[in-house]
Design a protein around this ligand. Structure first.
Ligand code: C2E
Ligand code: CA
Ligand code: CA
Ligand code: CA
Length: 274
């Protein structure tokens, strides 16, 4: 769209995926409680049981509508706001988890964190403290860190991850296959879960390259005793393929459920079981 000279650019349409957000506006948004968690179920492939949910943060902007994390996580990281942002996500997730437990639902709760979060001295302390206050068992909590972030500083990561595992907090390598970890590094990392990136999952049944990467990743995870999650299960074909394969533990994706607000989870669980 061509704009006449001097004419102001139109406001971004609702829910648009534009560029990075303005840091000062983000600081304001965090302080005003505009960040809210949505949750996407993780389901056991063998029997369809719901293992837990992953928190995915959204910014409900008063003028721009919903803004997605790709537009503000890196900004928070670069402007010293990631500790506060992650605390806010964790606080909401633990409070929602307490609500679900009161309804008899014991779900594992996964949170996305950055390397800065897990290697910070204060954040793991905050997590354990909050979990204790809200009655959340630490072994029902999972922290997901992307493979590329881990491998940027493997030694630092190793130390932080080991400290968290000692507390029995679950640790998951996210977007696996998009970073560059070696088998030797993985063997040294005490991760208990590996999430295979959606670029190798969706349409794996008809693409020999994806299939090969997918299969060898599963074989490696099995050898290392890690639980596996296939993300990006988008259609019945993906789901059927994984079920027939019978090797991957959990699945996540639009075919099962899209991320949804906390208050929809109870209803979703009811209709999923019937
Ligand atoms: P991720 O952790 O890999 O999360 C999966 C992303 O894929 C989510 O996008 C989710 O909505 C989307 N997705 C789920 N199922 C499907 C599917 O079947 N097909 C496709 N095409 N996409 C699917 P979202 O919510 O926009 O999040 C993007 C990334 O932002 C996340 O990737 C995660 O790395 C990061 N992120 C989200 N929430 C947080 C947070 O609270 N803290 C931090 N540090 N990062 C977060
Ligand atoms: Ca994730
Ligand atoms: Ca992922
Ligand atoms: Ca991702």
């Amino acid at each position: 769209q061509v704009l006449a000279q001097g004419q102001a650019a139109p406001l971004l349409p609702k829910g648009s995926h534009g560029g990075l957000c303005d840091p000062a506006d983000l600081a304001r948004g965090i302080a005003s409680g505009e960040l809210i968690n949505h949750y996407q179920p993780k389901v056991v492939l063998a029997n369809g049981a719901v293992d837990g949910v992953e928190a995915l943060v959204r910014w409900q902007h008063p003028r721009q509508g919903i803004i997605y994390p790709d537009q503000f996580i890196s900004v928070a990281e670069q402007h010293g706001m990631i500790e506060e942002l992650s605390r806010c996500v964790m606080r909401q997730a633990l409070s929602d988890a307490r609500f679900w437990r009161q309804h008899g639902l014991s779900l594992n709760i996964a949170i996305n964190v950055t390397m800065n979060n897990i290697s910070s001295l204060l954040f793991p302390e905050f997590v354990t403290q909050m979990a204790m206050e809200t009655g959340m068992p630490l072994d029902h909590l999972v922290l997901e860190v992307t493979e590329s972030q881990l491998m940027a500083e493997p030694l630092k990561a190793l130390d932080s991850v080991a400290r968290l595992r000692l507390k029995r907090i679950g640790l998951s390598i996210d977007d696996f296959g998009t970073g560059y970890s070696s088998l030797a590094q993985l063997r040294d990392f005490p991760f208990n879960e590996l999430k295979i990136d959606r670029s190798f999952v969706h349409q794996a049944s008809r693409d020999p390259t994806r299939k090969a990467i997918f299969d060898s990743t599963l074989a490696m995870a099995e050898q290392l005793g890690m639980s596996t999650v296939a993300e990006g299960v988008e259609d019945a074909e993906d789901w059927d393929y994984l079920q027939k394969l019978g090797r991957c533990h959990l699945a996540q994706g639009y075919f099962i459920a899209r991320p949804m607000p906390a208050e929809k989870i109870v209803d979703w669980l009811q209709q999923w079981h019937h």
